[in-house]
Design a protein around this ligand. Structure first.
Ligand code: ADP
Ligand code: MG
Length: 246
């Protein structure tokens, strides 16, 4: 047995929807405490990759190992593994009929079986961390998009995840609200959270990511230190993508 060293290990991952092969053999790892940004054109398979890491999609073949648990092993405790992974989506996905506090407490209560007082304490700690504690009794529709996304981040953090996945967390936000969300994500990165982030925010990727992975057409075209992939890309496809987005 080799010791567990990676927070995420993906080996020869394939995902097919009918005849469409969306992931064509993906290999990469994320070490504990690392921030890895995934960039690439629309339709390249970035969301599908994240969804295979937290089991919203079943891989067609290959291995996905999260915190040492092989999610593709039929004997794996998938619920336990899933609880280790927090996910933040482009469209916040808050429950509209629940207050901010209730949104951050519900999965703690139902899934982790935490008592009310403990769930509320952890909810408030995380709402404070993302700067929206004063909105605890508001409903999502009463908040700006940036505030809603920070609540969604607090909700994921309240589950004490080992790993956070972000799928274009700022793409649905008005430009003036993007900065608040990125500031929260930078803080998380500085605190040592392991993060896999799909983003079009190249400045964030360059400044915060340990590694940047460029995907195109269901394969990883380039994977390296952020300053190299963004600042001095080696592959023609990476260069032409960056010319379009920078
Ligand atoms: P990205 O996030 O990079 O834009 P996606 O992973 O969302 O890419 O999608 C990659 C490809 O997979 C697209 O062609 C998309 O239409 C297709 N796809 C994604 N999810 C499904 C699904 N559930 N069924 C069929 N095709 C899908
Ligand atoms: Mg996507």
């Amino acid at each position: 047995m080799t010791p567990v060293s990676h927070a995420v290990e993906i080996r020869d991952l394939h995902k097919r929807f009918g005849k469409l092969e969306v992931l064509k053999g993906i290999d990469f790892t994320v070490d504990a405490g690392q921030v890895v940004c995934v960039i690439g054109p629309s339709g390249s398979g970035k969301s599908t990759l994240l969804r295979c890491v937290n089991l919203l999609e079943q891989p067609t073949s290959g291995r996905v190992v999260v915190e040492g648990v092989d999610l593709t092993d039929p004997d794996a405790d998938l619920d336990a593994a899933r609880r280790r992974v927090g996910m933040v989506f482009q469209q916040f996905n808050l429950f509209p009929h629940m207050t901010v506090l209730e949104n951050v407490m519900i999965a703690q209560r139902r899934v982790l079986k935490r008592g009310r007082a403990e769930a509320e304490r952890i909810a408030m700690e995380n709402l404070e961390k993302v700067g929206v504690a004063d909105k605890r009794d508001s409903y999502p529709a009463q908040l700006s998009g940036g505030q809603q996304q920070r609540v969604a981040i607090a909700r994921a953090l309240a589950m004490s995840p080992a790993l956070m996945l972000f799928d274009e967390p700022t793409s649905a936000l008005d430009p003036e609200l993007v900065g608040d969300v990125l500031t929260v994500m930078r803080k998380l990165a500085e605190e040592g959270m392991t993060m896999l982030v799909v983003t079009h925010e190249m400045a964030f990727a360059r400044d915060v990511a340990d590694r940047v992975v460029f995907m195109d057409g269901g394969v990883i075209v380039e994977d390296g230190p952020a300053e190299q992939v963004i600042g001095a890309p080696r592959e023609e496809r990476t260069k032409s993508f960056l010319r379009r987005v920078l």
